[in-house]
Ligand binder design. Structure first.
Ligand SMILES: *[C@@H]1O[C@H](CO)[C@@H](O)[C@H](O)[C@H]1NC(C)=O
Ligand SMILES: *[C@@H]1O[C@H](CO)[C@@H](O)[C@H](O)[C@H]1NC(C)=O
Ligand SMILES: *[C@@H]1O[C@H](CO)[C@@H](O)[C@H](O)[C@H]1NC(C)=O
Length: 323
């Protein structure tokens, strides 16, 4: 090859790779940074080697169908601080390699199933500080790799807790619903959340009503040392009679909950499956529960309940029996 031909070829190659890097962006081997470049539309061409794409702090308003076609290695996508109010249902078509999606500080109003259903590899979904009022029942269905979902600082009034179970979302450790407008918690669904997720369920700074069942749950979770409650203890407030002016802290004002006899609830009777049991209910105890009991672990918040009949657990027996 003559040196002239070589120079022409090299120049051509450089031209090609430059052409793939959108104007104003910085492109490395697999990182493309288009942060704060005043972009109004998603770039039409990107390097196919892109694994991390940062388009934060721009003026994008929507994501068209197949926006990420051809980016077969896309792993991290940051589109925070734009003006996105609409995601086309096929926006993330063919982006199953994506692990981290940051759509925080945009203008989304609804979390629906469609845009997200293709994100089979998704582990972290950041949707905080949008205008979200509604999360559809099946929004997170099928996203079995999810670990952390951030929905804080929105206007959500209820969340489909029943759609998150150990078998469907075995890796979930964080669900942040803090600073929303939740007034009541569906406790029956919440106690069935996977244990790892209950520890990381952030629901402080909402508009919760001061009712006994919610109080009992938080009381219990604090005793258990769940991080989400322990770390934000000062922000677990509720409204007496639904009035925002009569705000009371669940965990600092026990006298307001004098009438909520926590002793009426035994929780965590079985270490395998949490349950809430009220006085007068029939309880099924297993032998593991008795061992915990005997070893002095606080299964039961009140001594009066120690009179409950226990199963007759012989040595080596771990089977379940009726109490
Ligand atoms: C989706 O990806 C597969 C391979 O991963 C490819 O064959 C197919 O053409 C892609 N579809 C679109 C619409 O890009
Ligand atoms: C509590 O939530 C409101 C919005 O509901 C928000 O403006 C405020 O910053 C939050 N406070 C804290 C301490 O997070
Ligand atoms: C507790 O119950 C008593 C009797 O029903 C009632 O008078 C009192 O106001 C209640 N206390 C609170 C804090 O609700």
């Amino acid at each position: 090859m003559t040196s002239t031909a070589w120079i022409v070829l090299t120049a051509f190659w450089f031209h090609l790779s430059d052409a793939n890097c959108p104007p104003g962006c910085l492109c490395t081997s697999d990182i493309v940074n288009c942060g704060s470049v005043g972009m109004e539309r998603f770039p039409s061409v990107l390097p196919p080697t892109t694994s991390t794409l940062d388009i934060s702090h721009n003026r994008l308003t929507w994501l068209a169908p197949g926006t990420f076609h051809g980016l077969f290695r896309l792993n991290v996508l940051r589109i925070a601080h734009n003006q996105i109010s609409l995601l086309s249902p096929a926006a993330f078509h063919n982006t199953s390699t994506l692990h981290h999606l940051d759509l925080s500080s945009n203008r989304l109003q609804i979390v629906g199933k469609h845009p997200f259903q293709d994100l089979l590899g998704l582990e972290e979904l950041l949707l905080y500080n949008n205008h979200i009022t509604h999360v559809e029942n099946n929004a997170l269905v099928g996203l079995s790799n999810l670990k952390k979902v951030y929905l804080s600082l929105n206007q959500i009034t209820d969340f489909p807790f029943f759609s998150i179970r150990k078998h469907s979302h075995p890796k979930m450790v964080t669900l942040d619903l803090s600073s929303n407008r939740i007034t009541q918690l569906p406790l029956d669904d919440i106690v069935l959340l996977p244990l790892t997720l209950r520890r990381g369920l952030f629901i402080h700074n909402n508009s919760l009503e001061c009712d006994c069942s919610t109080y009992r749950i938080f009381w219990h979770w604090e005793k258990e040392g769940y991080e989400a409650v322990r770390d934000f203890k000062n922000e677990y407030s509720c409204r007496m009679f639904g009035d925002p002016l009569t705000s009371v802290n669940f965990l600092h004002s026990p006298r307001f909950f004098d009438n909520c006899t926590i002793e009426k609830m035994i929780s965590l009777i079985s270490p395998k499956a949490d349950m809430i049991v009220y006085e007068g209910d029939q309880v099924r105890l297993d032998c593991t529960a008795e061992k915990r009991w005997q070893s002095g672990n606080p299964i039961c918040p009140d001594a009066r309940l120690r009179n409950l009949p226990l199963p007759n657990c012989g040595q080596g027996q771990d089977d379940q029996r009726n109490s």
